[in-house]
Design a protein around this ligand. Sequence first.
Ligand SMILES: [Fe+2]
Length: 245
Amino acid sequence: MWPFTKRKTLADADAFRGFADHHSHLLPGVDDGIRTLDETLRALKAYERQGVAQVWLTPHVMEDYPNETERLKDKFEEVKEAYAGVAGAKPLQLHLAAEYMLDTVFAERLAKDDLLTLDEDRHLLVETSYFNPPAGLRDILSDITSAGYRPVLAHPERYVYMEAYEYDELHDMGVKFQLNLASPTGAYSPEAQRNAEMLLKKGYYDLVGTDMHRLRSTRAVLAQPISSSVLGRITDLIQKQNKHI
Ligand SMILES: [Fe+2]
C-alpha cells in the first residue's frame, strides 16, 4: 500500500523551482489582494528564494474594481522600479496582465479593445462568479475569440455551477484552463479539489497560478500534503507550462 498512499507537499516537490506564476494579486492596492508596495516586495523576495522565475501580476478588473488600464500600467511601473532596487542575484521576470470578470465592465473594455493580455499571443485571463455563469457564457467566450483573443478561464475547478460536460464543451471550444495551485490541496472546498483532480486527469489545464492574495496563504498551500499521483500530475503540468513560455 505504501507507494499508493504516500503524500507529499508541493514544497517537497520543489514546485516553485523555475515556476511561472500566471495568476497573482500582487499589484498593491488595486483590488482585494496585496495592499502595500512593501508587502509586494516582501512577496517577490519570498518568491525569489523559492526559485520562482516569472510572475504575472493579474489584478481584478470587474464592476467592484473597475481598474483602468493606464492606472494598472502606472502601478506596475512603480513596482518594477522599486523591485529593481531590491532584486536579488536572480531577479524575477515581472509581467502585467489582468483577471477580467465577464461582466459589463469587460464588455466595454472588449468593445474598446482595451485589454491587458498575458502575452503577445493575446491570451486573456477571464473569470466568472463562483456561483453563477454570466448569461450566454459560451457566446461571450466565442466573441472573445472572434475579437482575436485567446480566452484562458481562471480556476475553472472553483465554479460550483459547472457540470462535468461543460468543462468538455469549453475545452472543445479551445478555451484554455488555468489551475489554482491551492485547489488540489482542498484549501477552497472538497468540490474544487475533486474538480481539479478530474481536470488534471483529463489533461485539460494549460496554465498554473497561485492566485496569491496574501503571501501567508501561498506558504500554507506549499506545505499541504497531496496524494503522490495528483502531485505528479501538477508537477508535470508546471514543467510543461514553464517550457512553453
Ligand atoms: Fe484571481
